[in-house]
Design a protein around this ligand. Structure first.
Ligand code: ATP
Ligand code: MG
Length: 140
């Protein structure tokens, strides 16, 4: 499998509980390298833009309010099949369905406050990485 990059976001529920290091350690233990990272706070408008794909979903307004409610840590993860690998480590969207040992099973508070975001395909990863990072901020 090819070396890929994917976008990760450690969400406000996780920064609030001071578990960004635990989550990053899970990525590294899974063979993913953090090749870019920044802590920032999304404005409501930036959160709405990031999640525009979910605009029609009933949870969109709440999700955008949540994602702008506190700091997040945006990361670029690099490794073999990084998109799928990251999603394995994250676990299912709803922590009730997430496999034991996954980040969401261990740490998520709810289906919304589920601690991490990960790109769902290489094409979306490229767009999402560019949403947060300039090329020269990514150092593999
Ligand atoms: P992410 O895109 O954050 O990596 P995902 O791909 O597992 O998560 P999506 O279907 O893309 O899930 O939903 C994006 C985010 O919207 C979820 O991570 C979660 O925070 C929120 N969300 C999804 N479904 C629901 C729901 N039914 N109720 C409330 N929030 C939801
Ligand atoms: Mg998604």
């Amino acid at each position: 499998m090819a070396i890929e990059r994917t976008l990760s976001i450690i969400k406000p529920d996780a920064t609030r509980r001071n578990i960004t290091g635990k989550i990053s350690a899970a990525f590294e233990a899974a063979g993913l390298r953090i090749v870019a990272q920044k802590r920032l706070r999304l404005s409501l408008e930036r959160a709405q833009a990031f999640y525009a794909v979910h605009e029609e979903r009933p949870f969109y307004a709440d999700l955008c309010a949540f994602m702008s409610s506190g700091p997040v840590v945006a990361q670029v993860l690099e490794g073999e099949g990084a998109v799928a690998r990251n999603r394995e480590v994250m676990g299912a969207t709803n922590p009730a369905d997430a496999a034991p040992g996954t980040i969401r099973a261990e740490h998520a508070e709810s289906i919304e406050a589920n601690s991490v975001h990960g790109s769902d395909a290489p094409e979306t990863a490229a767009t999402e990485i560019a949403f947060f990072f300039e090329d020269d901020e990514i150092v593999g």
